[in-house]
Structure formats: structure tokens, C-alpha cells
Design a protein around this ligand. Structure first.
Ligand code: OAD
Length: 242
């Protein structure tokens, strides 16, 4: 049940922002990170796969793990939650989507005003020079190398112990400072600095709405909590604006 106060706030909002996490892509068949049993970090050790030192120790293992995830992403389709946020972008006078996801499904659903805090798994860059690489080749079983400097190539995602892209953090902070409503969808709200954005929005006067089937680190502080799957709740929320 979506309460009337929230619908009025959304109708009157000049600027709507959304912060998304892995949960919004769960209904597209992509695993989250921290859900018990099914989460990637329940099955794989992030220290062996998602840190610069893991890549230095075993680039092949890390490259292959991201290649496997890239294939899963390429085979997935955006779901009703992604499409509802793209629809909200079209309806709102001002809108910004901040995502922690690297899967590009928001863009494939038609989302345009968005900032990727943790990079994008579809892009590859040189591990030394940080330059994006469009095409690469490697002998079977080897990690491809930078044509310019010879360093191994890596996915353009943010690993633990790394800084987020500065322009992305600046755009996200600007959005939470200026928005009237922030929808926080499918994130455990445990990973910083993204997890600090809802409190930042509230301090700047925004209403924070959590959309998640489970209790999270944000739940107690959220102004509204809509318990349910993003693919059901977000289309209902957009429909309620008519
Ligand atoms: P988590 O796996 O920590 O949290 C996923 C959240 O999605 C949980 O709160 C679930 O309850 C919720 N959820 C599950 N199914 C859902 C559904 N159908 N609809 C809505 N919500 C659902 O994922 P993130 O919060 O995205 O970082 O994790 C943040 C970061 O930690 C990731 O970006 C990644 C990871 O380490 C990096 O790789 C840098």
C-alpha cells in the first residue's frame, strides 16, 4: 500500500532522485552481493576477486570471473523496475539516477540521466594507464594486454580499496543535495560512500523512500518504507502518479 502523503510528495516534487543497488537487477536474474545463499559474496571471496592486490596476484582468475559476469549481464534483460525508473525520468521535471550497479540495465531500459558510482562491467581499461580500451585480443587462456604499454587489461569497475570516480561522486552529491524525494531501491546500504547519500539527502530536506523486500541498514531512518520487490513496487508507484 502506497500512502497518499508519499504520492502527493512525488507529484509535487520538482527533482526526483533514485539510488539503486544490485536488488533492482535481481528480477533480471543477476545475483546480488549480500543476500544469504544467493549473494555473490556468499559464494565468492571479494578479497580474491575484487581488489587491486587480488588482480596483481592472479590477473587471470579476476579477468575470468568478470568475463563470466559480463556474459551473464549480456544475457539478462531489464525488468519492470528498470523500466518504471526510466518512465519516472520522463515524467519528472528534473531527475537523476545514481546506481551502484555495473550492469548497464538502466540504460538498456531507456534511462539517460544517470551516474554510475562503481563503473560498468561492459568497459575495459588498462590497469596501469587507466585508459579505456575498445577492442582487445589475447591468446587463448591469457589476460589481454594494453596495446600501448603492455600492462594487463581489467574491467572498468571500482574494486574494494579503490576510490570512486570523482565526477560520479560529485554528480551524486549534487543530486542528493537538490532533490525533493530520493528513492532508495534494492541496496543493503552498507557500502560507503553510496550508503551515506540517503542521510545527506535528508539533511538537505528531501524525503527518503526505501523500496526493498528486506530490512536494511537504512530502514529505520527512511521516511517511507515500501516492502516488496522493485519490479512490483516501482511500476505501482509510477501508476499511482496518474
Ligand atoms: P547488496 O547485495 O548488498 O544488497 C542487495 C539488496 O537488494 C538487499 O538489501 C536485498 O534485500 C535487496 N533485494 C533483493 N531482491 C530485491 C528485489 N527484487 N527488489 C528490490 N530489492 C531487492 O547489493 P548492493 O547494496 O548493491 O560494490 O551492494 C553495494 C556494493 O557492494 C555493490 O555495488 C558492489 C558490492 O561489493 C562493488 O563491487 C564496488
Amino acid at each position: 500500500m502506497i500512502d497518499t502523503e508519499l504520492i502527493i510528495a512525488l507529484r509535487n516534487a520538482r527533482f526526483i532522485a533514485a539510488l539503486t543497488g544490485a536488488g533492482i537487477s535481481a528480477e533480471s536474474g543477476l545475483a546480488t552481493f549480500r543476500d544469504a545463499q544467493t549473494g555473490l559474496w556468499a559464494r565468492f571471496d571479494p578479497r580474491e576477486l575484487a581488489t587491486p592486490s587480488a588482480f596483481a596476484r592472479n590477473p587471470k582468475l579476476v579477468w575470468d570471473w568478470y568475463a563470466w559476469r559480463r556474459e551473464r549481464v549480456a544475457a539478462a534483460q531489464p525488468n519492470a523496475g528498470h523500466f518504471a525508473l526510466a518512465e519516472l525520468e520522463r515524467r519528472a521535471s528534473d531527475f537523476m539516477l545514481i546506481t551502484q550497479n555495473v550492469d548497464g540495465l538502466h540504460q538498456r531500459a531507456g534511462g539517460r540521466k544517470l551516474v554510475e558510482l562503481h563503473g560498468n562491467i561492459g568497459r575495459v581499461k588498462c590497469s596501469r594507464e587507466d585508459t579505456l580500451v575498445e577492442r582487445w585480443e589475447a591468446p587463448a587462456g591469457e589476460v589481454p594486454r594494453c596495446a600501448h604499454c603492455g600492462a594487463p587489461l581489467r574491467p572498468d569497475v571500482v574494486w574494494f580499496e579503490e576510490m570512486l570516480p570523482e565526477h560520479a561522486v560529485a554528480a551524486a552529491e549534487d543530486a542528493v543535495r537538490r532533490c525533493d524525494v530520493l528513492l532508495v531501491v534494492g541496496t543493503s546500504a552498507e557500502v560507503y560512500p553510496a550508503a551515506a547519500l540517503p542521510a545527506h539527502a535528508q539533511r538537505s530536506g528531501a524525503i527518503v523512500v526505501e523500496i526493498n523486500p528486506n530490512t536494511t541498514a537504512l530502514s529505520a531512518a527512511a521516511d517511507h518504507v515500501l516492502r516488496g520487490a522493485a519490479g512490483a513496487v516501482l511500476p505501482a508507484l509510477v501508476a499511482a502518479l496518474d
